[in-house]
Design a protein around this ligand. Structure first.
Ligand code: C5P
Length: 224
């Protein structure tokens, strides 16, 4: 029997990352932050001086990444470890997000990350967050959610997050960046951002994170 999977897809700032980590803690399941894999790939490539326009070279980096995730304590963000190094805050910058969405359009890169993502499916279960978890990576997942919010609300959330990390950005600029990234993610030919046909869509614009968690956890727990 294969381990159950919950997929949580949606645009950046929708609250899917927070939801995925808190749900995984609640269920005591593993968590896959697939966006982090794209961010780490982009960061490693640029650190190694690889041209981000060179799909095959970037895909090669994606294949050889030595990455792990640590769930840590309640209320703490997921720690991302590359080799021995904690790169959690380094990959959370806007610049890194933009680089990630640039290399995420390459089919070679997506393919290189596919098996790596599927390997996270282990007992007792997996919560996977990203853009194409329910559509491409885990099409047979038992539970699929698509979490979204208005671009304005998402920009506002990102603004608060970046401010806490000490990164100063202007809100109108952030809103434009989010709209640009949405456009790139939804318009690309390969695994575009869209809800799986069988996903439950949740708009979190007006919902506090804890309420979203309770709602989703209840659905999962009652069907297990
Ligand atoms: O979710 P996060 O903002 O960390 O993702 C960074 C970028 O990685 C996204 O803008 C998207 O282009 C890409 N991505 C993807 N497929 C995923 C997760 C992220 O293409 N499953």
């Amino acid at each position: 029997p294969t381990a159950p999977v919950v997929t949580i897809d949606g645009p950046s700032g929708s609250g899917k990352g927070t939801l995925a980590v808190s749900l995984a803690r609640r269920l005591n399941w593993r968590v896959l932050d697939s966006g982090a894999l794209y961010r780490i790939t982009a960061l490693s490539a640029s650190k190694q001086g690889v041209d981000l326009g060179h799909a095959a070279a970037v895909a090669n980096i994606a294949t050889t990444l030595d990455v792990s995730f640590l769930a840590g304590d309640q209320g703490q963000p997921l720690r991302v470890i590359l080799g021995q190094q904690d790169i959690t805050s380094e990959i959370r910058t806007e610049a890194c997000g933009a680089m990630a969405s640039t290399i995420a359009v390459y089919p070679e890169v997506r393919l290189a990350l596919l098996q790596r993502q599927r390997a996270f499916q282990e007992a007792p279960g997996l919560v996977a967050d990203g853009r194409d978890m329910g559509t491409v990576v885990f099409p047979n997942a038992q539970f699929k959610f698509y979490v979204t919010a208005s671009a304005e609300v998402r920009a506002q959330r990102r603004y608060q997050q970046l401010k806490q990390q000490g990164e100063i950005v202007r809100l109108p600029h952030l809103l434009r960046e989010i709209q640009k990234r949405d456009e790139r993610d939804t318009q690309r030919a390969e695994a575009p951002l869209l809800p799986a046909e069988d996903a439950l869509v949740i708009d979190t614009s007006e919902l506090p994170a804890l309420q979203v968690l309770d709602y989703v956890a209840e659905i999962v727990e009652k069907t297990l």
